[in-house]
Design a protein around this ligand. Structure first.
Ligand SMILES: [Zn+2]
Length: 129
């Protein structure tokens, strides 16, 4: 009588931000390490003035509103892109950058309710949607 022990298929590891799936824990760790590096400024950048950031945030809120006329209820993926200086982007989104291409394109990913709240905190605008 032989009993076969079922192979336990370990659940896959996925990144909570971008939903990328990794077969191993180490793969996910590596991914998160890389993401962490994106959020460290390469040069010693000074903080930008409050007014400068405020204006930039207002533009962003406006752009997001245009992209999402029905608020976030519609779901799906929305891409809001904006050309700005690296410095400016960093000052506002440091800690949330999730992708950096060699063409100097940064991506932040905000998902679901938590993403919504995070964004409103970053942009100091709780009233949208
Ligand atoms: Zn990810």
């Amino acid at each position: 009588m032989s009993s076969t022990i079922p192979l336990i298929t370990t659940s896959e590891f996925s990144c909570s931000a971008c939903q990328k799936i990794f077969k191993k824990q180490s793969g996910l760790s590596r991914h998160l390490t890389i993401v962490k590096k994106y959020n460290i400024p390469r040069n010693n950048l000074d903080n930008l003035s409050e007014t400068n950031n405020k204006n930039f945030k207002n533009i962003l809120v406006y752009l997001i509103h245009c992209k999402l006329p029905n608020g976030f209820k519609k779901g799906g993926r929305q891409l809001v892109s904006l050309a700005c200086t690296e410095h400016q982007f960093f000052d506002i989104f440091k800690g949330y950058i999730h992708h950096h291409s060699n063409k100097n394109i940064y991506k932040c990913i905000f998902r679901g309710t938590i993403g919504y709240q995070t964004l409103s905190e970053i942009l100091n605008n709780p009233l949208w949607g």
